[in-house]
Design a protein around this ligand. Structure first.
Ligand code: GTP
Length: 444
């Protein structure tokens, strides 16, 4: 038993090894079987200048001819977006393939973004790419809002391989701009393309120049924040010093297994990965058949860690951290997007109850409240007005009565005076002296 048998008292956890086999140790196998049955979906995006070897690297990574590198390439297939000031087209191309390894099925989708950076005006070259990432989040959100959510197609971008030109100098402003626009939305994995065009020393120096100052991201505890620092002579140093660009790297904290920590540290030390792509086999000087590129002076082997970082990239992307990339996309990147989207649509989140307010209903409610307020004010004003009118009327009535009474008084007084005068007149005529005091009694 895991409790101390105290009944309603606080339960005390006791770690106990089972004496006999109950069966819950089989849970991981159950999860494994279920996942295998369902299959996996993984979407990776490749971003970089045209001709940097994006398609070649994808074919090399998945050992699958997703791109026919010999065929003339069409610019747009599937979703394409117009959007450059000089009228040229940035075409976003997405390709899927169902691949299987040891009975595990993977639906791999590659989102290719050919040709960016080739235009005279590259100001907003990142926009179609960001829009594409957003529209994939939107499509997922729309599925989540459906009544039946049993079959969710996860077409969100789980990783974005960013190809840096092997210039040997430093990052270009357009690279920084791109990464800044993308890093909140995708797991960024920067690679130095066509690393065979640089010597070993040049690769080391280039990596240092594009050096990454690592610090843990306190908020998410997963991605490492990288500051891409340019050489001090570079004009834009000050501009980007404050630009934190989050890139994906295998985590090394919270791990107990020494071997995994060492393995992840080894992968981290290679970032940005200097890669060479080739999906064709060549024969080395010692007669081995390898994937690589042959030159008059020798052969560059793709799958040789002494020649390039391809192995480490593939290990991280596919072998050890594909699930981590999918999880981070779902738990953090998509969650951030979803929260912002719903808030902008007027859906508010109460800590205790999730309360959805349709903007139209909210507006109607506000209008009703406003109208009720107006009606109340109108009624109050009417009441005050009637009260005032009544007061005025009663005042007028009162003063009318007063006037009437005064009028009667004056009339009586005048009448009295008239009798008096007539009495005097009669007395004078009859020769008797007037008796003013008796006028009242005479007239009576
Ligand atoms: P777009 O689709 O036009 O953007 O090109 P991309 O980036 O997909 O490049 P792609 O894979 O078509 O490769 C362009 C050229 O570069 C081809 O001739 C490849 O053989 C060559 N290439 C690809 N990878 C490498 C590499 O690692 N090193 C060298 N030296 N050449 C490469």
């Amino acid at each position: 038993s895991a409790t101390n048998g105290a009944g309603a008292g606080a339960a005390e956890m006791v770690r106990k090894k089972m004496g006999s086999f109950v069966g819950f140790a089989n849970l991981p196998n159950q999860v494994h079987r279920k996942s295998v049955r369902r299959g996996f979906q993984f979407v990776t995006m490749v971003v970089g200048d045209s001709g940097l070897g994006k398609s070649t690297l994808i074919n090399t990574l998945f050992e699958h001819k997703l791109y026919d590198l010999n065929a003339p390439r069409s610019l747009a297939n599937g979703s394409s977006l117009n959007g450059n000031a000089n009228g040229r087209t940035i075409a976003i191309e997405s390709k899927s393939a169902d691949i299987e390894e040891n009975g595990v099925r993977l639906k791999l989708t590659v989102v290719d973004t050919p040709g960016f950076g080739d235009f005279v005006n590259n100001d907003e070259a990142w926009k179609p790419i960001v829009d594409n990432i957003d529209s994939r989040f939107d499509a997922y959100l729309e599925q989540e809002n459906r009544v039946n959510r049993s079959k969710l197609m996860d077409n969100r971008v789980h990783a974005c391989i960013y190809f840096i030109q092997p210039t040997g100098h430093s990052l270009r402003p357009i690279d920084i701009e791109f990464m800044r626009k993308l890093h909140h939305k995708v797991n960024l994995i920067p690679v130095i393309a066509k690393a065979d065009t640089l010597t070993d020393d040049e690769v080391v120096a280039f990596k240092q120049r594009v050096s990454i100052f690592q610090a843990f991201n306190k908020v998410h505890q997963r991605v490492i924040v990288a500051y891409f620092l340019l050489s001090p002579s570079t004009q834009i140093l000050n501009d980007i010093a404050h630009n934190q660009i989050s890139i994906f790297q295998p985590p090394i904290y919270d791990l107990e297994d020494e071997e995994t920590i060492a393995e992840n540290e080894e992968i981290q030390s290679k970032v940005p990965f200097a890669v060479v792509g080739s999906d064709t086999f060549v024969t080395t000087a010692d007669g081995r058949q390898v994937r690589g590129r042959s030159y008059p002076w020798g052969t560059i082997e793709v799958d040789n860690e002494a020649h390039c970082d391809f192995i480490k990239l593939r290990q991280m992307l596919i072998h050890t951290h594909m699930e981590e990339l999918r999880e981070y996309t779902n738990d953090v990147l998509y969650e951030q997007y979803r929260t912002q989207k719903l808030l902008s649509m007027g859906v508010s989140q109460d800590p205790s109850v999730f309360k959805e307010i349709n903007p139209a209903v909210k507006q109607a409610e506000e209008r009703q409240l406003h109208e009720a307020k107006l009606t109340k004010m109108e009624a109050e004003m009417k009441m005050v007005f009637q009260q005032k009118v009544q007061e005025k009327e009663s005042k007028l009535k009162q003063s009318e009565e007063e006037l009437y009474a005064r009028h009667r008084e004056m009339k009586d007084a005048l009448e009295k005076q008239r009798y008096e005068l007539e009495e005097r007149k009669r007395r004078l005529e009859s020769g008797r002296p007037p008796t003013p005091d008796k006028i009242g009694s005479v007239s009576a």
